[in-house]
Each structure stands twice: as structure tokens, then as C-alpha cells.
Design a protein around this ligand. Structure first.
Ligand code: SAH
Length: 338
């Protein structure tokens, strides 16, 4: 496996068969190489993002997600502009310089309402980056959000394979629509993040290889990868959660494919494993997103079961593995790898 790891580190791409082999490898060499690749660019610095879950309403019906519209037991809320700005105030004082607005696809947040919130945040905190994670929107809508000052956008592609996509979503949702949206985001100059769940129902290793190749081709600035975790009030309630080792190998492979990637150790990873953040960082991740939503909202934003809250001793935990948080916007840094 050393040979494959070295090849990936050098060429940044492998064949489908080689990717499949490396995905299942048990050798720590892969993770060491990924750590080194990260350190070459980012040193021991880890970026912190303040996550504001601003609405739990969603018009979509994704089979895996607890916020799906068919889940009548889900508690619904939306934060006001003032509540969102309060989150930013507290977050800024705590050292956050990136705010991420994430939510269900909530038609209440029209372009007009959302751009007003974006402008208010960017006006108050011009030194902060603003990331949106508000689902699929049309080109003109995304353009308005960009012009209002949003810097980044997270929209996981979920799975690059359209047949697998259809196993996870109702027929009105299409892999191609999501991918088009990702290309629009790139065109509009957003730092763009795609990503997928590991171990979602019916996912094969071949599907994951397709995800890696899709990522290679899209060339995003960020990639979010975490384990699938079942939610009790969804059609996937009885399914198994994703595999920890596979998640870590994927993080390491992504780091080697694209050394300057912004790559979070996700909340889902930290939910299936106590040391999830540390393990993710040691496999090449360099971002942690912490929930800074009001407590009342956190209880209601349940995309999967047992989702953990913000970790209190995170600073120390990161220090213990030789890394440190940096108070910086943490923009994507392209050193010309592609
Ligand atoms: N509505 C936004 C935000 C979705 S939540 C959007 O469409 O982009 C962010 C991510 O959480 C999703 O993209 C999905 O990959 C992940 N997610 C949803 N349900 C999950 C589950 N049961 N287990 C693990 N991750 C899940």
C-alpha cells in the first residue's frame, strides 16, 4: 500500500482499481502521508467554523435526513435575523472568523430575506467569511447571494452515481440538478464544497470511487465527508451507520489528491466515535465546525440520532495531538496544484 500512497501523493490521481484498493487499506502509512501533506501547507493550524443552524424547515424528502418534510415528529423552527446576528456576536467574541449558515431548504428564506441577512452579517463583520449551506438554488438566486457578500457554499453532492442517488432521494430530486448547482457555484466564484456520506444505504466501494473521481473533476475548495448515521423517524431507521476506518481512509485520500483542500473532521464522525475529531485530523482533516446556534435550536436540528453538541475542551483536545486552532478566516489557499 505504500506504493499506492506514494503514487497518489505524487500524481494526485489513481485508477479506479487502485482507489478501491487504497480505500480498504489498513496501513497507517496512508494517514501519515496525508498528515504530512496537510502540514506542508497549513502547518499545525486547524480552522474553526461557527455553525448556525438557522432553519429546520425543509421542503425536501431525503430518505436519510431527520429534517425531511415527511417527518411530522420533527420540531420546526427558524431563527430571526436578530437571533442570527446574536449568534455571530457571541461567535465573534469566542474567536470565530467564519460563520456557516446551514438549514433545510426553507422557502421562507427568499433571495430578498437571505441577502438582507448576508449583508447585515458582512457589514457588521467585514473581517469574517460567510458560508452558506442552504441547499439547491437556481443560478440567478446564487448570484444574488454571492453579490450580497457570501464567500463560500457547502452543497454535498451526496453521491455522484445517479442510480445510487435515486436510492437516497425521492424521484423529484436528481443527482444532475445538484451537480449543476455545484458547477454554478464554482462559476460564480464561491469557494465551493461538495461531499458525501460514507455508508449510506446501498453504497458500494465503486460508488465511493466515483465520488472521488467526481471530486477530482469538480475541483472544489472544500469537501465534507462523514459517516451516515440512521435517524429513527426516517425510512433508513434500521440501517447501519457508516464505518469509521473507511471515513478516515477517504479523508486521507482526499488530502493527498488535493493537499490544499479545506477538509472538516465532521460532527457525524465525532458522533460515531469519541475521538472522532482527533482521528479525523490525524487522517488529514484541517477544519472543525462547532455549533454556535442558540441552545433551543440545537435540540431541534436533528438530521440524525444522537448528534453531539459543541465540545467544551476542544482546544485542549486539539493541542494534545500537536495542533492548534487559528483565529483566521481560513480561506482556501491555492498553491497551484492543478
Ligand atoms: N439542506 C442543506 C443542508 C443539509 S444538512 C443541503 O441540502 O445542503 C448537511 C449534510 O448532512 C447533508 O448534505 C448530508 O450529507 C448530511 N446528512 C443528512 N442526514 C444525515 C444522516 N442521517 N447521517 C449523516 N449525515 C447526514
Amino acid at each position: 500500500m505504500r506504493k499506492l500512497t506514494d503514487k497518489l501523493a505524487q500524481e494526485r490521481i489513481l485508477s479506479r482499481g487502485e482507489f478501491a484498493e487504497l480505500l480498504t487499506c489498513e496501513d497507517d502509512y496512508l494517514h501519515e502521508a496525508a498528515r504530512k501533506a496537510r502540514e506542508n501547507i497549513y502547518g499545525n493550524k486547524i480552522f474553526l467554523r461557527g455553525l448556525i443552524e438557522f432553519t429546520s424547515y425543509c421542503k425536501n424528502d431525503c430518505f436519510y435526513c431527520g429534517l425531511r418534510r415527511s417527518n411530522s415528529s420533527a420540531a420546526r423552527y427558524r431563527l430571526s435575523k436578530e437571533q442570527i446576528l446574536n449568534c455571530c456576536d457571541e461567535g465573534y467574541d469566542a474567536g470565530y472568523r467564519t460563520f456557516v449558515l446551514q438549514g433545510g431548504e426553507d422557502a421562507f428564506f427568499t433571495d430578498e430575506i437571505l441577502t438582507d441577512i448576508i449583508r447585515a452579517i458582512k457589514c457588521k463583520y467585514p473581517d469574517c467569511a460567510l458560508t452558506l449551506s442552504t441547499g439547491e438554488r437556481g443560478f440567478e438566486s446564487l448570484k444574488l447571494l454571492r453579490e450580497a457578500g457570501a464567500d463560500r457554499y457547502l452543497l454535498r453532492h451526496e453521491t455522484a452515481d445517479s442510480a445510487h442517488y435515486a436510492e437516497l432521494h425521492p424521484p423529484e430530486m436528481q443527482a444532475s440538478a445538484r451537480q449543476k448547482c455545484l458547477r454554478d457555484l464554482k462559476e460564480l466564484g464561491f469557494q465551493t464544497g461538495c461531499g458525501f456520506m460514507v455508508g449510506s444505504p446501498k453504497q458500494t466501494l465503486e460508488n465511493i470511487v466515483s465520488d472521488l473521481l467526481f471530486i477530482k473533476e469538480l475541483d472544489p475548495e472544500m469537501v465534507g465527508v462523514g459517516p451516515f448515521i440512521p435517524h429513527s423517524a426516517t425510512p433508513f431507521a434500521k440501517e447501519k451507520a457508516g464505518n469509521l476506518k473507511l471515513v478516515l481512509n477517504i479523508l486521507a485520500i482526499l488530502r493527498l489528491m488535493k493537499p490544499s483542500l479545506l477538509l472538516p473532521a465532521t460532527t457525524a464522525l465525532a458522533t460515531i466515535e469519541n475521538q472522532g475529531y482527533e482521528l479525523g485530523i490525524n487522517a488529514g482533516a484541517n477544519v472543525i465546525m462547532q455549533n454556535i446556534s442558540p441552545l433551543t435550536a440545537r435540540e431541534k436540528y436533528k438530521i440524525y440520532d444522537n448528534k453531539i453538541g459543541a465540545s467544551e475542551n476542544l482546544k485542549q483536545r486539539i493541542k494534545n495531538i500537536g495542533c492548534e486552532f487559528t483565529v483566521a478566516r481560513g480561506d482556501y489557499f491555492n498553491y497551484g496544484e492543478q
